[in-house]
Write a protein that binds this ligand. Sequence first.
Ligand code: KG4
Ligand code: ZN
Length: 341
Amino acid sequence: SDARLMLALESSCDETASAIIERDLTVRSNVVASQAELHEKYGGVVPEIASRAHVTNLLPVVQEAVTQAGITLKDIDLIAVVTRPGLVGSLLVGLTAAKTFAATLNVPLIAVDHVQAHLYACRIAAKRDLFPAIGLVVSGGHTNLYLCKSATEYELIGSTIDDAAGEAFDKVAKILKLPYPGGPHIERVAADGNPSAFKFVRTFIKEDRLDFSFSGLKTAVLYQAEGTPGAVKQPPPLDEQRINDLAASFQEAVVDVLVGKCKQALEQYQLQTLLIGGGVAANGRFRSALEEAAQENNFDLHISPREFCTDNAGMAAIAWEHYERGELADLKIDVTPGLVR
Ligand code: KG4
Ligand code: ZN
């Protein structure tokens, strides 16, 4: 058919987002209302607060996306909505709004997987086919390695057995008394720290398995910051230099493991293309380490552009791929909070 303009909604966690995307993947507008301030004092996302904020913010965000794109709702040919994975209450707000738009505008509805959308952000930027590839999604909720067989077929080949990488950044930031969300703050103070001041664990790095674990690393930072439980000897005071050094050494350990597992996955599956998405992909040290690895090992690297790294609705452009394949959702669909394999 001749569908041309898509309205996309994303409300899976604590970002309320809407975008207008053309069929050639041009993102005409990409509006995000962050709830970070509401959750900051809790040091993490509080699900009920997130759901309520989506109810408040969603329609103004859609209105803004439509206005910025210079269109009206009547111009919309297709509705895309993230239905998995995420917080159940948050997802339900977006899905209910999306169904209402689809029913009242009488246009098709497409269900989008948030994690796949994070990887598809690379495809939007590249403006050419990138599949098959290995994909790594590193965010506050996920550290997942995928075998991306095509634009719509993703097989999970590795994931974290405890904390996600972004979650580890956020928890370590809390330990170092930095604001939430912690990733950007760790990166900022790490710039003035010594990445080899502390020799932290690189869990699973020498093993073939493609899984991650960051909980031991987080605890190691905690012990360096606050002392080991029961130990007589107290650590030095947590002054600025020590905070910077702990942040830099922690960041280096995470980056080493993430880059190491990507290289192993490329090798194991004999692929030459690597896609990186999710909030942690905004990290400058991670990006430069990936670029070095790509040069050294001669693979084709695609990191999600910064505006598509943290949660947004522009990356829901993957819905056009589903549309081309006739994969439409019916108005009875429900959300799926858990990770889909
Ligand atoms: O993709 P995202 O917006 O939301 C989830 O789906 O989780 O990712 C948010 C996560 C947070 O944990 C945040 O601390 C982390 O991405 N993050 C960063 C940076 N910017 C955001 N981590 C490290 N360095 C950054 N510059
Ligand atoms: Zn995300």
